[in-house]
Ligand binder design. Structure first.
Ligand SMILES: [Zn+2]
Length: 446
């Protein structure tokens, strides 16, 4: 059976082909993997996904670390939103309008059509493009964002997917319908488009990438205003949506903006859980460990059954080298959310840091559970390889390393480790088969 990473890689490779365009230098897209932020975005998306008729379990919203405004789809499963657009949105409805529009591109078949065309055009190898997941990490580590690097070293690529005007019009109409069904204020869609007003006459370099991925015209804005007015009566206040929006945006900002800015902005007297979370992250990044731990402990006492609060506590403790306490915190998070792959990955990482025979064995079990649920995380794959090596299974360590290189788009090194794994593992065993998958992918791309 092909590993989950392979399916992910295939989807991303196709995406790379789809996004290649004019001669803009290849660059990395950093994907921020944070379980709390991804969960909050999913909460905002759920009523829209339900309205679209797409299966809720199919859609994953990922955050791209990029201050420019953009949102796009690369396949029928992932919606990517730039951090800049999340931080720019003024309310939940604006962010939900962005999500609704991307969902509509998926539901209306705009993506499927492109994927089919790409296969007909000869696929990945023909274009010599590699799409890579760069060394991954959670939002906690400034330089360690999990990422996709688009474009091989020599070939230029452009990181966006352009839709036609007809697709834009149909996506807008469907998105406004989803918003009305979900009782979300449809005028928020027009407010989002207003961010880009007038940009259609600018040169590409001065446009927000959103304007290139989603062509904007005066007609389009006028049509959206018209539909929005017709649907305006459907809107209802939604305090849960307001909360998840504030939480996703608040956590993202605390990790991406300067800690001093966050601390000034939040102030000392705001005792809401989101304000406390933001202060904990800002103090952690200064670093001001005592204050960070004091704030996160306070947050845990306020929300003892919130897995993401324990996860953040685990991250703060792990990154300040308080390994035993970190493993405990992650353990509690896992108890509350036993199936969240990013929480499992953090738990595994903290167990590895304990460096005992028992903790290595436990880390291996936990990381294998994480991998089986989400193999798109190269940092987790690196930890998994370490766990195999420490428990004496060099063959499986090589499989995990080969798969990590494949995710990173480095198929040459992937093949080297896959060959090593094939030599070490019993022929026909699951690990041996996965190594063969990597060798086949390397051959196909070469
Ligand atoms: Zn669009």
């Amino acid at each position: 059976m092909a590993g989950g990473w392979q399916a992910a890689l295939r989807a991303l490779l196709v995406a790379a082909v789809m996004v290649m365009g004019a001669s803009v230098p290849a660059r990395a897209i950093a994907i921020l993997r944070d379980p709390d932020i991804e969960h909050a975005l999913k909460q905002l998306a759920l009523p829209l996904i339900n309205a679209s008729g797409l299966p809720a379990g199919q859609i994953k919203i990922l955050v791209v670390r990029d201050s420019k405004l953009n949102a796009f789809v690369v396949d029928t499963k992932h919606i990517l939103i730039h951090s800049g657009l999340i931080l720019k949105a003024k309310n939940a409805a604006e962010l939900q309008a962005v999500i609704a529009h991307e969902l509509a591109h998926i539901a209306n078949g705009h993506i499927t059509r492109r994927l089919t065309n790409q296969r007909a055009a000869g696929g990945v190898a023909k274009f010599g493009l590699l799409l890579a997941l760069a060394v991954g990490a959670s939002t906690g580590n400034a330089e360690a964002a999990a990422g996709l690097a688009v474009g091989s070293a020599s070939s230029a690529s452009r990181v966006f997917l352009g839709h036609t005007r007809a697709e834009e019009s149909s996506a807008d109409q469907a998105a406004l319908r989803y918003m009305a069904l979900a009782h979300i204020d449809p005028t928020a869609m027009a407010d989002v488009l207003d961010y880009f007003r007038g940009q259609e006459v600018l040169s590409a370099a001065r446009q927000d990438p959103y304007v290139r991925s989603h062509p904007l015209t005066r007609d389009r804005i006028r049509a959206v205003r018209g539909y929005a007015a017709a649907y305006a009566g459907a809107a209802r206040d939604n305090s849960a949506a307001d909360y998840w929006f504030a939480r996703a945006r608040g956590k993202l900002g605390a990790f991406l903006q300067a800690p001093g800015y966050t601390l000034r902005k939040v102030g000392k007297n705001d005792n809401s859980d989101i304000a406390i979370m933001r202060r904990a992250i800002a103090y952690h990044r200064v670093p001001h460990n005592d204050k960070a731990v004091a704030e996160i402990n306070r947050l845990v006492s306020m929300r003892p059954n919130d897995p993401f609060v324990h996860e953040l506590r685990g991250q703060i403790l792990l990154e300040s080298r308080n390994y035993a306490a970190a493993a405990n915190a992650y353990g509690r998070a896992v108890n509350l959310a036993p199936r969240d792959p990013l929480i499992l990955a953090g738990y595994g990482r903290s167990l590895l840091a304990l460096k005992t025979r028992d903790s290595y064995a436990k880390a291996l079990r936990v990381l294998e559970r994480a991998r089986s649920r989400d193999a798109r995380d190269p940092r987790m794959m690196r930890d998994l390889a370490v766990a195999y090596a420490r428990t004496g299974n060099n063959g499986m360590a090589s499989v995990a390393t080969a798969e990590r290189y494949a995710l990173l788009g480095d198929l040459k090194n992937a093949a080297i480790h896959a060959k090593r794994a094939v030599g070490l593992l019993p022929q026909g065993s699951p690990g041996w088969n996965r190594a063969q998958d990597v060798l086949n992918a390397a051959k196909a791309a070469g």
